[in-house]
Design a protein. Structure first.
Length: 289
């Protein structure tokens, strides 16, 4: 049984991803994929992780955890999503590093399910918008960011730390900025579905940034001109988005102490370079827009 785990990051549509998967539970179960409600594991997992810090769970202990999470073992894959499995939002820059707790926390998580194949799914986001969104309270920004060097923030460092902690766990990465076009693929990747299996909710993110008239026309077009593959589908979405994008929906206000346009531009440019670094990390699959 494969355990597919969305581990974050915060502010990259984790809750929408889980709602979308739960909306597709009948078709997923038909393909041997179980999506348990988050309430089944978001309390039990942190408790068990603390007990297996230095040793792997026994087969019996692992089975007990699985019995808590799902009602049946007659499946090929279990899909879970829990952004706080690494840390709460206020601890994102623990140790003055982006997700400084990831290396040991994910090793603990792996120790919970040592006898099952596992994979991680991660959304990354431009630090220029991620940090303002993730900061619980701008008035406490100094405590949130600590002594972190903003110019040294790299998602690739975070992902490399995961590869070091859990070298046997493959990682699939997607960029938050690409989700209007890649959302259906993200849902399929985490659930292990064939690219052409029909699912609901694949346009949910696109609908947030497209004019209503454009979405109406797009849905009609997709119904009458069914794409033959994911590449063709992506081209159609891009064409409609270019024509019907809602510019107001894309505006993001940043109001953090010491931040200016020059910093935002610098972080954005380095983020683009960092995405290319992520693509080259062994054991990592990057979902292209």
């Amino acid at each position: 049984m494969n355990i597919s785990f969305h581990i974050g990051a915060h502010c990259t549509y984790g809750s929408k991803l889980m709602r979308g998967l739960l909306k597709n539970r009948p078709i997923l179960e038909h393909h041997g994929v179980i999506v348990p409600p988050p309430s089944r594991y978001r309390e039990v997992l942190p408790q068990v992780m603390k007990r297996v810090k230095t040793s792997r769970a026994t087969p019996e202990a692992e089975q007990m955890v699985l019995d808590e999470i799902v009602d049946t073992q007659d499946c090929d894959r279990i899909v879970m999503s829990y952004e706080d499995v690494i840390c709460q939002p206020q601890a994102i820059f623990h140790g003055d590093r982006l997700y400084g707790k990831a290396e040991f926390k994910l090793r603990w998580l792996r120790n919970v399910f040592p006898h099952s194949p596992m994979e991680f799914h991660i959304g990354v986001r431009n630090p220029a918008t991620f940090i303002p969104e993730a900061c619980p309270d701008p008035r406490n920004y100094a405590a949130f960011i600590g002594k972190t060097d903003l110019d040294a923030i790299r998602w690739s460092d975070f992902i490399n730390s995961i590869r070091k902690a859990c070298p046997d766990v493959p990682i699939t990465v997607f960029a938050y900025e690409d989700t209007p076009l890649t959302w259906s693929q993200i849902m399929r990747e985490i659930s292990g579905l064939n690219p052409m299996v029909p699912i609901e909710g694949g346009l949910d993110i696109l609908a947030q940034i497209m004019q209503r008239e454009g979405m109406k026309r797009l849905r009609t077009y997709l119904h009458t001109h069914k794409p033959q593959n994911e590449i063709q589908r992506r081209r159609i979405l891009s064409a409609f988005l270019d024509k019907y994008v809602d510019e107001d929906a894309n505006e993001e206000e940043i109001d953090l102490p010491g931040w200016d346009d020059a910093l935002v531009d610098r972080l954005s440019e380095r983020y683009e370079d960092d995405l290319h670094e992520i693509e080259r990390i062994p054991g990592v699959s990057f979902i292209q827009p």
